[in-house]
Design a protein around this ligand. Structure first.
Ligand code: AP5
Length: 216
């Protein structure tokens, strides 16, 4: 097992979650998706979760303070001792600086930032066709990654649903938030000489291979 701390950066639907799930078993480190953490908190009905849901359902970013607190708590858990894959964090300059500060205090560093490069115009179909298990067992795509029985979770058999924010109008809002707040982080990490770019338009296996060779 190698110690590795990696950030996956890219627009909604570029494949960060798909690749993080594949890579976490190969690398033996957890995927930390702030989107999943926030959706779980909302499902549990906590105050933080319900507040976050109000933003997420419209396609807006959740306020920095809320997400940073959640992330800082998560990366100090024992399973992160050998590292982690951050999927969907940081998403703003404030978050990137908070992460750098938290890692510096813990005498840790980021080993690589993987930038999922893709034209957002190609992504609407990926997001509109995504289906998720309401019990959190995973996600599929009606065309690119269909479950064995169309419409049903391969793990628990529950009917699959569409995420609230995977409606076309909200997808456009998420792309705008990405361009305004997250895209500038490409320059931020490039200046730190830890940015690597993959072509996220390729098929899933090809993207996995690209990331594997970068991390090797
Ligand atoms: P989050 O859950 O992080 O969503 P996102 O960044 O919008 O990313 P997605 O999960 O939509 O896409 P992905 O890149 O992971 O692609 P995936 O692999 O699923 O965040 C949701 C919301 O939470 C935000 O809008 C915000 O409100 C809030 N939030 C989260 N983090 C925050 C933060 N740090 N700060 C503030 N707010 C925050 O793939 C998509 C589909 O495409 C799948 O169906 C998949 O099967 C398919 N697919 C994947 N790769 C390929 C491929 N190579 N070819 C064909 N199909 C593919």
């Amino acid at each position: 097992m190698v110690r590795m701390r990696v950030i996956f950066l890219g627009p909604p639907g570029s494949g960060k979650g798909t690749q993080a799930k594949r890579l976490m078993s190969l690398l033996g480190i957890p995927q930390i998706s702030t989107g999943d953490l926030l959706r779980n908190a909302a499902r549990e009905g906590s105050r933080l979760g319900l507040e976050a849901k109000g933003y997420m359902d419209t396609g807006a970013l959740v306020p920095d303070g809320l997400v940073i607190a959640l992330l800082e708590e998560r990366i100090t858990q024992p399973d992160c001792g050998q590292g982690f894959i951050l999927d969907g964090f940081p998403r703003t300059r404030v978050q990137a600086e908070a992460l750098a500060k938290a890692l510096h205090l813990a005498r840790m560093d980021i080993d690589a930032v993987i930038n999922f490069e893709i034209d957002t115009g190609m992504l609407v179909e990926r997001l509109v066709g995504r289906r998720v298990c309401p019990r959190g067992h995973g996600e599929w795509h009606v065309r690119f990654n269909p479950p064995s029985k169309p419409g049903y979770c391969d793990t628990c058999g529950e009917g699959l649903i569409q995420r609230e924010d995977d409606q076309e109008e909200r997808i456009r809002k998420r792309f705008s938030a990405y361009r305004a707040d997250t895209e500038p982080l490409i320059e931020f990490y490039s200046a730190q000489k830890c940015l690597y770019t993959v072509n996220a338009l390729n098929e899933m296996d090809a993207v996995t291979e690209q990331i594997r060779s970068i991390l090797a």
